[in-house]
Design a protein around this ligand. Structure first.
Ligand SMILES: CC(C)(COP(=O)(O)OP(=O)(O)OC[C@H]1O[C@@H](n2cnc3c(N)ncnc32)[C@H](O)[C@@H]1OP(=O)(O)O)[C@@H](O)C(=O)NCCC(=O)NCCS
Length: 110
């Protein structure tokens, strides 16, 4: 059987985007919304799927959805920050990581 292409889904109830491969969840990127800013704070891909570019596909799908929703992106997650540095097509969506955002995030994540 030919493997199906990975799909990115928005799991709004759990504040995250997930990437699925052949029906299995392979990774996620998690966020919290602060007004019109979507603050991405953590990305992970399961070890079994590492190094295949899945995190990049996941973040690309997530940022495309953020653009469609008219929100901004705050890349607290180092992986998302690195992705934004390498993909200028998303640069217009990015807001800086400020001490205020970090304090807000810490208070929300506990
Ligand atoms: C980081 C992670 C999500 C990458 O998943 P992946 O699907 O293997 O990633 P991709 O194949 O799309 O990209 C690999 C790139 O991620 C980079 N990377 C790995 N860990 C990173 C990190 N902590 N911060 C930024 N970039 C990272 C690698 O250096 C590699 O860069 P390259 O393209 O220059 O070689 C995965 O290794 C992971 O879950 N790590 C543990 C959790 C973590 O550290 N998350 C990031 C901070 S929240």
């Amino acid at each position: 059987m030919t493997p199906s292409a990975p799909t990115v889904e928005h799991n709004a109830a759990r504040h995250r985007y997930e990437i699925h491969v052949d029906g299995e969840r392979a990774g996620l990127t998690a966020y919290l919304d602060c007004g019109d800013q979507r603050v991405f704070h953590h990305t992970e891909v399961d070890d079994a799927y590492a190094g295949q570019g899945l995190a990049a596909r996941l973040v690309q799908g997530a940022l495309t959805d953020v653009r469609a929703s008219g929100k901004r992106v705050v890349p607290v997650c180092p992986y998302v920050a690195k992705f934004l540095e390498r993909h200028e097509e998303f640069a217009d969506l990015a807001d800086p990581v400020t001490p205020d955002v970090l304090e807000w995030l810490e208070s929300r994540l506990g």
